[in-house]
Design a protein around this ligand. Structure first.
Ligand code: FBP
Length: 549
């Protein structure tokens, strides 16, 4: 494979492991844990893996000789920078346990386990992918791993290959499935451990014990670079309003981090829209007010950051989606045979009048997306909804009304951008390269410790990577019961932006200034080589969260 000079230089980068993981380790048990909510229900559903203690690794002065271990690895869900480093860390970790250990990669996500599609990951393959972005080493997929027959098919191939541990690299849904799989294998004494790793650029898989999901750092740095470039252009030409939608299908962490990095004129935070019970019109009016206020000073330009998941957080639309999910789940057999207008009529016939009204108030293409397109986990595919265009169109209309009323006298010309896929496979930043390698290496240590149903946890992340700490967190500890697709289900609680949290507070304290005065920051591209303050800084979200503690 031909490589660029930067690719060659990156291939030689040796991720820095936390000091504690550089030799043999022993697992020190903390107190037994409880789920974040619905303790009794979760305990009943996970009798074998509930209440396990947190684990922290410490140096082991008297290690015993390790035995070879065969491990399977799965990449699940959307790509996130650093996945290849999790796999290379895992590979190096199991080879450290014993040089005859073997790693099998299941192809194209959890489906590879069920369909018995795999490759053995040898050191020649692994070396091609160290410190690279993407998930192309084995591919990823969104097959939902939740049924007993899928688990049994998975066990068949594990037995055939002598696999005694599976590592599932995924977001909240995939790690929920990892917990269910761990519980099932434990309950039947299958002899297969299951370990999760926290992945998602969205940043919404985090809690007290998981400080951030991998990929968030790199993806937000890529988006911030491009937003900065747009802001420079915008401030040079002074004639466009740029509406930038950013990935993050539920939480607004990506938009918030990019706002902290680049200081745009406006950034919408979905969680705030919900908390203030705002309607779509309220959001539009708030943007139009800033456009008009800037126009009064001759500034007919600006930037607006919009989180991808906004639509789902507008309370009226959220209610509509909840009912749509129930209707679709309860009538799965009937709706499977319908399409187009017939399906839309069927759905509308089963909704409450209030929700039909909300649905009818939306542009036809948005209404269609909400009604029809779901991913295998039942999520609305918000990345397909063009919120940036919807908002700029509505802002344009509102400005016309304001102009008629003598409240606006400016020019409004909008350009649209959607940044998501551009950042998901970027080569990992030094932070993500180190973090991911440590997560994978640490997963090998958890396997060696003989545990199951744990997520690999690396903490103390605002310190230099050698000072990070390592351990394992029982996945059941992160769970609660939520109503999904018409049923109550145990799931990992999603971490939304906290309005009382330090990152949002920092943003809220400065946004009025950013709205009126042009305070853009131009962060520039990710740097891999150079001074630590340029190359190794973690995200501002992580920094402020730590300072706020
Ligand atoms: P994960 O939660 O699986 O990490 O994926 C997140 C994400 O990148 C979202 O930000 C985006 O809405 C979605 O994936 C897009 O999904 P797809 O890759 O299937 O188009």
């Amino acid at each position: 494979m031909k490589k660029s000079p930067l690719q060659k230089a990156r291939a030689a980068y040796q991720p820095k492991l936390p000091i504690v993981l550089t030799g043999a380790v022993k697992a020190v048990e903390g107190k037994p844990t409880q789920s974040v909510a619905n303790q009794e229900e979760i305990h009943q559903l996970f009798p074998n893996t509930y209440g396990l203690p947190e684990l922290k690794f410490e140096k082991n002065p008297n290690p015993s000789a390790g035995k070879p271990v065969n491990v399977g690895v799965i990449l699940s869900g959307g790509q996130a920078p650093g996945g290849h480093n999790v796999i290379s860390g895992l590979f190096d970790g199991i080879k450290k346990i014993h040089r005859d250990s073997r790693l099998f990669g299941f192809l194209m996500g959890p489906g590879g386990l069920v369909d018995h599609k795999y490759i053995e990951l040898t050191s020649a393959i692994i070396d091609e992918y160290r410190n690279t972005g993407g998930f192309d080493i084995i591919g990823s997929g969104r097959t939902k791993l939740e049924k007993k027959d899928q688990f049994d098919k998975g066990l068949e191939i594990c037995k055939e290959l002598g696999i005694t541990a599976l590592v599932i690299i995924g977001g909240d849904d995939s790690n929920t499935n990892a917990a269910v799989l761990a519980e099932y294998y434990k309950s039947i004494d299958a002899g297969v451990q299951v370990i999760g790793c926290p992945k998602t650029i969205d940043g919404d898989l985090k809690n007290e014990c998981i400080e951030t999901s991998f990929g968030f750092d790199t993806a937000t740095k890529v988006y911030s670079e491009v937003i900065g470039n747009i802001q420079r252009d915008c401030n040079s030409a002074k004639k466009y309003w740029h509406f930038v939608k950013l990935m993050g299908r539920s939480a607004s962490h990506i938009a918030l981090e990019c706002a902290l990095q680049t200081q745009p004129n406006i950034c919408i935070i979905s969680e705030e829209v919900e908390a203030k019970n705002q309607s779509l019109t309220d959001v539009v009016n708030s943007i139009a007010d800033v456009v008009a206020a800037r126009a009064r000073y001759g500034n007919n330009f600006g930037t607006v950051l919009i989180p991808e998941g906004l639509i789902e957080f507008i309370p009226a639309i959220k209610k509509l989606i909840a009912e749509l999910n129930n209707v679709l789940a309860k009538n799965a057999d009937e709706t499977a045979h319908l399409s187009g207008a017939k399906l839309e009529d069927f759905i509308k016939g089963h909704l409450s009048p209030e929700n039909v009204e909300t649905l009818n108030s939306l542009p036809a293409n948005v209404a269609r997306q909400l009604m029809l397109d779901r991913d295998p986990h039942g999520n609305v595919q918000v990345s397909l909804i063009e919120t940036e265009k919807l908002l700029s169109e509505m802002v344009g209309n509102r400005l016309k009304e304001m102009a008629k009323a003598g409240e606006y006298d400016g020019k409004f010309s909008a350009l649209h951008h959607f940044f998501g896929y551009e950042g998901r496979c970027a080569d990992p930043s030094n932070f993500d390269a180190d973090y991911c390698y440590a997560l994978g290496y640490n997963a090998a240590c958890l396997i060696n410790a003989g545990v199951t149903g744990y997520m690999s946890s690396i903490r103390n992340l605002v310190k230099p990577s050698v000072q990070w700490t390592a351990g394992g967190i029982p996945i059941t500890m992160m769970m609660n019961i939520e109503h999904r697709n018409g049923e109550d289900k145990p799931v990992i609680q999603k971490a939304l932006v906290r309005l009382d949290g330090a990152p949002f507070q920092k943003f809220a304290s400065q946004r009025d200034d950013w709205a009126m005065n042009t305070c853009y920051i131009y962060p520039g591209p990710i740097q891999y080589f150079g001074p630590a303050e340029v190359c190794d800084q973690p995200s501002l979200t992580l920094l402020y969260e730590h300072k706020g503690k």
